[in-house]
Design a protein. Sequence first.
Length: 80
Amino acid sequence: MKNYKFTSYFENEVLNKRSYLKKEWCMRVLESPVKMERQENNRYRFWAPIKELDNRFLRVVTLDDKLTIHNAFLDRRFKP
């Protein structure tokens, strides 16, 4: 597995706001996304279903290096 990092925003805001999230799920999304796209501000979006969340899709946003996780949330509108 790659050496993933987390921004302070992710550590302090995202994990507190979304207590259901697990870092391992975010890393799993990056390892096996069903979709990936470049976002504005040199960031990337990745989507994958999370079995433990009834296969709902988790969107993970990384910095330009695709290794530093900045944000993550369930994306109810995502359609594969």
